[in-house]
Design a protein around this ligand. Structure first.
Ligand code: GLN
Length: 448
């Protein structure tokens, strides 16, 4: 009831596409009865969460914030939803996001932009903007987002909460609406590191429905959060302090963290990441290519929206897609189709795959010498709603610090550090080695 009141109070922030109010109250009551009767309950009993609206929950609508899926109901639940429910979580609603998780401002949603609670004229960040604001404004205890190139971390940073992207292959993607399959990962958005650890622990691990998962056991992350850590070796991105594209207060926050960590006995050294200029173009060539293929399934026949103006098969495809997809999604389908086309495949797609390998190798190499790579999560604080309209490339550059971990498939976390002089939250990102989430979470707990 408390959370439903909060959701109502902050309805104008537009964080939820749908609230499962009565159902959530019913689940809470059932759980209460079971507890009163002394029955055993799960590890997340009573935890109220929201899920991003690209995660399938059986019997509930799921739209990826797109008109093309408006009214579509999931016929099965994502593996992560089943695992969370098995631990007695209460899902209170589905959170707004950028259409098909494409964006860094949550302005491309068919259901409208999400507003940042810290300043309602500003964006929430994206694509999991609704998930971040729901936690920021206390509309639920935690949320689950997805992160392809920063979609959990960047909105977390804009909203002053914690966002974790696990290693690629750590958490099942079964039942998650695909954007770019070789990048997509599910991650928690929370107020505390303990919650992030516990939610990851419940969601992670092998699943017969996702062949890309690593067959490695899941540590008890939540049990490994000692606050005393040994001196660590930390690399920070030299370019983050030098680049003109990074906001002055963001640089200042990074400098302060470096000084603090040094004073606490850690080794903190600058590292130059020579591929930094290539991470954004490489990410966009590859994700748009994968998206153009993944989104081919929305044909007006199998799912969701079918144009009332269609008269035959070809117009069913053309009109349903033309009317059902928004501008940003169409832009990406066209560019993705272009880079995969016969004459351009080698020049763009194949080249980007090679650059991805270089980025991954260099990232792994740095992580052989250092425990963590530190950088800002985003180059600036939350920007004004409406800015992206003029130039989409400006928004793509938002991802400069987040896509490296996505291209390399390694885990990364965004931690809220402080607000800038205008009261806007700023976040710092720590990246670590594949499958080293336990160390990342432990260090995050210590750092905060
Ligand atoms: N901003 C990035 C993009 O638009 C990241 C989105 C995401 O992680 N889903 O692709």
């Amino acid at each position: 009831q408390h959370y439903l009141q909060q959701i109502e109070k902050y309805a104008h922030l537009n964080a939820f596409n749908e609230v499962f109010g009565q159902e959530a109250l019913g689940l809470a009551e059932q759980l209460d009865n079971r507890m009163q009767a002394g029955e055993p309950t799960g590890r997340l009993a009573g935890l109220v969460i929201g899920i991003k609206d690209n995660i399938c929950y059986k019997g509930h609508q799921v739209t990826a914030s797109s008109k093309i899926l408006d009214g579509f109901t999931s016929i099965y639940s994502a593996t992560i939803v089943e695992r969370l429910l098995a631990e007695d979580v209460i899902i209170i609603g589905r959170c707004n996001c950028d259409e098909f998780a494409m964006g860094a401002s949550n302005e491309s949603s068919y259901y409208g932009a999400v507003k940042n609670q810290a300043d309602e004229s500003r964006v929430a960040g994206g694509s999991s903007g609704g998930s971040a604001v729901a936690v920021q404004a206390g509309m639920c205890h935690a949320t689950i987002g997805t992160d392809t190139g920063g979609s959990v971390r960047q909105p977390a940073s804009f909203c002053g909460v914690i966002g974790l992207k696990p290693t690629y292959g750590r958490v099942s993607r079964h039942g998650i609406i695909a954007y770019a399959s070789s990048f997509d990962q599910v991650g928690p958005v929370t107020q505390s590191v303990e919650d992030a650890a516990l939610l990851l622990e419940v969601m992670a691990g092998p699943d017969d429905y996702d062949g890309t998962l690593a067959q490695v056991s899941v540590p008890a992350y939540s049990q490994e959060l000692n606050t005393q850590v040994a001196p660590q070796k930390i690399a920070y991105l030299k370019e983050a302090l030098e680049s003109e594209g990074v906001d002055a207060e963001v640089k200042e926050t990074l400098r302060k963290a470096i000084d603090q960590l040094k004073a606490a006995g850690h080794t903190v050294e600058p590292v130059s990441f020579e591929y930094l200029d290539y991470v954004v173009p490489t990410y966009y060539v590859l994700t748009m290519a994968e998206a153009s293929s993944n989104l081919a399934r929305y044909d007006g026949v199998h799912y969701g929206y079918r144009s009332p103006n269609a008269v035959d098969l070809v117009t069913t495809y053309k009109r349903s897609r033309s009317e059902g997809f928004g501008k940003e999604v169409k832009r990406r389908i066209m560019l993705g189709t272009f880079v995969l086309s016969a004459g351009y495949y080698d020049a763009y797609y194949a080249k980007a795959q090679k650059v991805r390998r270089l980025i991954k190798e260099r990232t792994d190499e740095i992580l052989q010498h250092y425990n963590f790579i530190l950088s800002p999560t985003a180059p600036e604080p939350a920007f004004k709603i409406g800015r992206q309209e003029k130039d989409p490339v400006v928004t793509y550059l938002e991802d400069i610090f987040t896509v490296q971990a996505s291209l390399a498939g390694v885990p990364a976390i965004s931690l809220p550090v402080q607000n800038n002089s205008a009261g806007l939250p700023l976040g710092l990102q720590f990246i670590t080695k594949a499958f080293a989430e336990a160390e990342l979470l432990e260090f995050s707990k210590y750092f905060l």
